[in-house]
Design a protein around this ligand. Structure first.
Ligand SMILES: *[C@@H]1O[C@H](CO)[C@@H](O)[C@H](O)[C@H]1NC(C)=O
Ligand SMILES: *[C@@H]1O[C@H](CO)[C@@H](O)[C@H](O)[C@H]1NC(C)=O
Ligand SMILES: *[C@@H]1O[C@H](CO)[C@@H](O)[C@H](O)[C@H]1NC(C)=O
Ligand SMILES: *[C@@H]1O[C@H](CO)[C@@H](O)[C@H](O)[C@H]1NC(C)=O
Ligand SMILES: *[C@@H]1O[C@H](CO)[C@@H](O)[C@H](O)[C@H]1NC(C)=O
Length: 321
């Protein structure tokens, strides 16, 4: 999409959004919960892979697999027994998939996925990742293993990270507010209160957006955080040919396909009820941002949008037409 097209799309979104405040529809739950047959899921998976290939040809990556630094393989977790590589993306069902990986790799004994404490699944050193695998072995794995990635609408994922880490009240949220929130307030709020400066607990979504789109070197250590880094930067889908491409919108079916593919169908993927009102939330938060700021944010994630075939018209939950 050329820059001017993007502007046009964004403009129409905002105007459409303003005109339809009262009738924003929710994501269609039927689309999310219907269990397609494995064959149908597999054909969707193959179509997604083709689309990734096509976009990658249109926007060739800067790196090649040969000169990609080892650190860039850190998000790819290894299960040698089932020949599975999983590039985990925070805010896209990664806790449940890490739990499953614990079961698959024998770090947990029974198969009740939700009985595994989340902190354990996220504990450092729990899994082998591809960054420490010697080159020849890594190439072999990349060549012959199943490779899974699960993606999500970039703005939806971004909002989820903001709400979870900067608005939240969990231990992990407090940690982020202390480490990142305080710096955001110091840099982007005029006349902040002492309390805000000390706690970093009340960063607004607009301040968060200003922070993300600000290119200052000074903040680079916190802007490059896995919770809001683009999926393409974490998982390099143009260099690594993922053979199982799941989407958050079809999480259950896609997860069942992976479990089937690696012969681990005895593990039950948790059937969680989905949070409702996603589109209302998107509208509520993104309408706090001025158009140029949304445009800058979109630029940060446009690669994710293009490669994983997401549309901006999804961001507020209705069609542009
Ligand atoms: C990847 O593995 C290396 C070496 O074991 C480790 O130092 C690093 O923390 C791991 N990275 C992640 C994101 O788990
Ligand atoms: C799993 O169960 C076996 C036998 O009951 C036990 O020896 C082993 O320590 C357990 N492993 C873990 C990781 O809990
Ligand atoms: C905020 O902190 C400054 C410097 O520590 C102090 O001078 C000021 O009185 C404080 N303001 C409030 C409202 O507590
Ligand atoms: C980044 O933030 C600083 C400090 O708030 C501001 O002076 C600067 O103009 C911002 N730069 C951009 C590109 O937004
Ligand atoms: C799949 O798993 C079952 C039981 O765990 C085993 O009997 C079977 O041989 C496995 N099949 C393959 C292709 O690995």
């Amino acid at each position: 999409m050329r820059g001017s097209d993007v502007n046009l799309v964004l403009l129409s979104i905002l105007f459409t959004a303003r005109g339809h405040v009262g009738e924003i529809s929710q994501l269609n739950d039927n689309d999310l919960t219907v269990e397609h047959s494995l064959e149908l899921t597999q054909s969707m998976n193959l179509a997604r892979q083709e689309l990734i290939q096509e976009s990658c040809q249109r926007f060739p990556p800067k790196w090649s697999l040969e000169n990609l630094p080892d650190s860039q393989f850190e998000h790819i977790l290894v299960d040698e027994t089932h020949k599975l590589l999983y590039c985990y993306v925070p805010k896209v069902a990664c806790t449940n998939w890490k739990r499953i990986l614990m079961i698959l790799t024998g770090k947990w004994n029974d198969t009740d996925v939700l009985s595994i404490p989340a902190y354990l699944a996220h504990s450092p050193g729990m899994f082998r990742n591809l960054s420490s695998v010697p080159r020849p072995e890594r190439d072999y794995m990349l060549d012959s293993y199943h490779k899974m990635i699960i993606v999500r609408n970039p703005f939806e994922r971004l909002l989820s990270a903001y709400r979870n880490k900067l608005e939240g009240e969990t231990q992990s949220a407090k940690y982020f507010q202390d480490r990142v929130g305080r710096r955001i307030i110091k840099a982007f709020r005029e006349n902040p209160s002492n309390e805000s400066l000390e706690l970093g607990h009340d960063v607004t979504f607009r301040e968060f957006a200003l922070f993300l789109t600000n290119k200052s070197e000074e903040m680079a250590d916190v802007t490059n955080n896995e919770h809001w880094q683009p999926i393409t930067s974490l998982c390099h889908p143009c260099l690594i040919k993922y053979s199982l491409v799941g989407k958050y919108e079809t999480l259950l079916e896609d997860s069942l396909l992976t479990l089937h593919t690696i012969n681990a169908s005895h593990i039950q993927f948790p059937r969680l009820t989905r949070t409702s009102g996603t589109s209302e939330k998107l509208y509520r938060y993104f309408s706090q941002l001025e158009l140029p700021l949304i445009r800058k944010l979109y630029k940060l994630y446009w690669h994710d949008y293009a490669i994983f075939n997401y549309d901006l018209d999804n961001i507020v939950g209705f069609d542009l037409g």
